[in-house]
Write a protein that binds this ligand. Sequence first.
Ligand code: ADP
Ligand code: MG
Length: 254
Amino acid sequence: MGRILVFANQKGGVGKTTSAVNTAASLGILGYRTLLVDMDPQGSATGGVGVAKKSLRYTVRDLLAGGCRAKEAILATSFQNLSLIPANATLAGAEFDLLGVEEGVGAALAEALGSVRSGYDYILINFPPSLGMLTVNALAASDGVIIPLPCEYYALEGLTQLTLTVARVKKRFNPRLVTTGILVTMYNGRLSLSAQIMAELEKHYRDRLFRTTISRNVRLCEAPSFGMPVYYYDKSAKGAKEYTDFARELLTRA
Ligand code: ADP
Ligand code: MG
């Protein structure tokens, strides 16, 4: 039965999509059957694995609205053991669709994924950029939350809000939800500021922090414009090694 994990943080630009795409690719390379679910109306994870956002037959919006079955929405990618449920701008309308569905409002994604779960080892969700019904659905469907946190001063802002949202969804929709861990992203070993922030994070979140950290690496920014996870774009990139290390560490935790 596939573990469903979401890379969540309501802040933009913290490395959610980069982490979802590259962790999914690494799990696939390590031999795990992996499904990436894009819950971002910008379709950034969709583009990141080389799937054109226009002219998609079905997207996660259709899935949420009951317009197709999960099996029909799944696309193969060119990458090893990696499939995708895509998103594009139409997903923005899902917030509105879901307003009408009183009971199932938060559970639509969880229900939809139920039928395909057994076909995968891991299902990774790319979180939308703001808190709303898409977020609630992503958290309600997940077993674990991975919080990407950039190694920057403002990083901890908003963490309380996220913790609160996770706790609410857990109570209302999904008692099995846990915080799997915090993944430090955009680490810059040459800055003493990075070391200071790491020390601060370790003080507060020692047992939650993943040991692997993701460095700032320009290859991670370049790869999506070629529609590739970093490993396929440049196997020797630091980002490729670190996301593979992270995937290995994740296997020991979730
Ligand atoms: P989010 O999904 O949280 O908004 P993204 O994964 O899209 O964040 O990352 C935001 C921007 O930062 C993107 O341009 C991405 O390419 C870049 N980025 C993400 N992680 C790194 C990293 N480790 N090093 C350098 N740039 C990164
Ligand atoms: Mg994103």
